[in-house]
Design a protein around this ligand. Structure first.
Ligand SMILES: Cc1cc2nc3c(=O)[nH]c(=O)nc-3n(C[C@H](O)[C@H](O)[C@H](O)COP(=O)(O)OP(=O)(O)OC[C@H]3O[C@@H](n4cnc5c(N)ncnc54)[C@H](O)[C@@H]3O)c2cc1C
Length: 461
């Protein structure tokens, strides 16, 4: 519970209608899409930068934690208010402020839903490429706060590659602008990038200037099955060095395929791996040329079947398997952890084999799918959270998974962030000097440690 005077001060800033400490709201704000839970003391819906600034001035003076929140779809305990305090909900700051197609520029507020940006860009033939699968609900602030990516990462990169500038409210309420509205900008330190994937620990993002791309008008889709993981892995590596860049190169592992077959009528071949490829471009010739290169690679790596979609309906059918993976797997056991370890592309086969070995060793089900084209896999550990023995095995398997990723020159997370879930693994990936530099940066921006405290191992001594 907050002191009555602080509550009154918050209400004076945001208005009675934009303040809540009701139990139902506190429970709603206690979670994101991970297993973590912690209730805040109150929540405010902010409507403009001035309000954000005033709330931060008050919170800093009174040393009250503030957790910025978009749609709360984070998968690592990101917007969960670990140290209670104020949840700052930014979803009402949801406008597109500028759309300047000739400048390849969109300036948006952080609460804008990703899909609403896509809708606004579509009539101009433009798009914002990162494409997280949560795009129908997640916000642009959360997308920047996590550096979200998606199935098109191999060709188009992630959110980081498109953020040109930001308006940020700092922990003490000061308002800062970073970067600008130009495609090129090397003026001073790159503070913009520092805020991308900072998980709300350095400041509240109140405005985002984004680079946008002309949307490819033609796509071609194909799928291939492989009885042997080695063959699938070699096919991925060969596609990526073939001289073309597919817009999508996704993989589904055996456990995932079996789960999809058990829960749908898709009747996928029950093999070690399925690869889904898409090429895109602005003419049919160019797109088909790229796909022919992909198919040649598939054919020389002992596929069980290779299927090229000949109509948009067939392409949609091939996509159904990939799109249903997360939802199907989420139904199998009472609990799951969705990881997103990432390795250099050539090490995807070793990662897949290692995941199989870890599942066997710990007698736990791990179903894998993910973005083979950029080395980012999603091993989904399925377990019964009410059975302490299964929880123990899930944790042991997670530990080994992260160690494996680092041994393979990879990272703990390619998309979903560190948050609470992976904070204790930070020392596996980052040396003591680099961790100390991160903590120094955190202290410089937020000396009272009020911004989303408890995350990213930044609080550790
Ligand atoms: C079904 C599902 C599919 C998903 N698919 C993908 C995927 O394909 N790729 C991917 O990368 N992720 C994916 N995610 C994870 C997540 O949805 C994305 O990272 C998403 O962009 C987060 O947006 P959000 O609005 O929900 O942010 P939240 O979860 O509310 O916040 C995420 C982080 O950003 C911070 N934050 C939010 N707004 C601000 C702000 N204005 N200023 C400063 N910090 C802020 C929060 O404090 C928090 O640390 C998925 C999640 C789900 C549940």
């Amino acid at each position: 519970m907050l002191d009555a005077q602080i509550k009154d001060a918050l209400i004076r800033i945001v208005g009675q209608q934009n303040y809540t400490d009701s139990l139902i709201d506190m429970v709603s704000y206690s979670y994101d899409a991970s297993e973590h839970r912690a209730r805040p003391s109150c929540a405010v819906w902010v409507e403009n930068t001035a309000q954000v600034s005033e709330v931060m001035k008050l919170a800093d003076r009174e040393k009250i934690p503030v957790t910025p929140r978009g749609a709360g779809t984070g998968l690592s305990g990101l917007s969960v208010p670990a140290h209670a305090g104020i949840v700052m909900d930014l979803t009402r700051m949801n406008k597109i402020l500028e759309l300047r197609i000739e400048d390849r520029l969109a300036v948006v507020q952080p609460g804008l839903v990703y899909a609403d940006l896509e809708k606004a860009l579509a009539p101009h033939g433009f798009f914002f490429p990162p494409d997280p699968s949560s795009g129908k609900v997640c916000t642009m602030g959360g997308t920047v706060g996590t550096n979200a990516g998606g199935v098109k990462g191999a060709k188009y990169g992630t959110t980081r590659d498109y953020v040109l500038g930001l308006e940020v409210v700092l922990a003490d309420g000061r308002i800062m602008r970073t970067g600008g509205k130009t495609i090129k900008n090397v003026s001073g330190y790159d503070l913009t990038r520092l805020f991308v994937a900072s998980e709300g620990t350095l400041g509240i993002i109140t405005e985002i200037a984004l680079k946008i791309n002309p949307k490819p008008t033609v796509t071609t889709t194909a799928m291939a099955s492989f009885n042997d993981l080695e063959d699938a892995g070699r096919a991925v590596s060969e596609v990526m060095r073939s001289g073309i860049l597919p817009s999508v190169l996704e993989i589904l592992g055996r456990e995932t395929i079996l789960a999809i077959n058990q829960n749908t009528d898709l009747k996928l071949p029950e093999v070690d791996a399925l690869l889904l490829a898409e090429t895109d471009g602005y003419t049919k010739t160019e797109t088909e040329f790229q796909m022919e290169t992909v198919l040649e690679v598939f054919r020389r790596n002992n596929p069980g079947m290779v299927k090229l979609a000949t109509s948009p309906e067939e392409a949609a059918q091939l996509w159904t398997a990939r799109k249903s993976a997360y939802a199907v797997l989420a139904r199998i056991k009472s609990h799951f952890v969705l990881e997103d370890v990432t390795v250099p592309i050539g090490k995807v086969p070793a990662l897949l084999k290692g995941i199989q070995a870890i599942a066997k060793k710990h007698e736990i089900q791990i179903a894998t799918f993910g973005h083979a084209g950029d080395g980012n896999l999603h091993p989904q550990i399925l377990y019964d959270g009410y059975d302490p023995e299964q929880v123990r095995r899930m944790e042991a398997a997670s530990d080994e998974l992260f160690k494996l990723a680092i041994e393979l020159e990879g990272t703990l997370t390619g998309e979903h962030g560190i948050g609470l879930s992976k904070a204790r693994y930070m020392t596996l990936e980052h040396d003591a000097v680099s961790l100390e530099m991160m903590r120094t940066i955190k202290r410089a921006f937020d000396p009272n440690n009020i911004l989303n405290p408890g995350k990213m191992a930044l609080d550790a001594a």
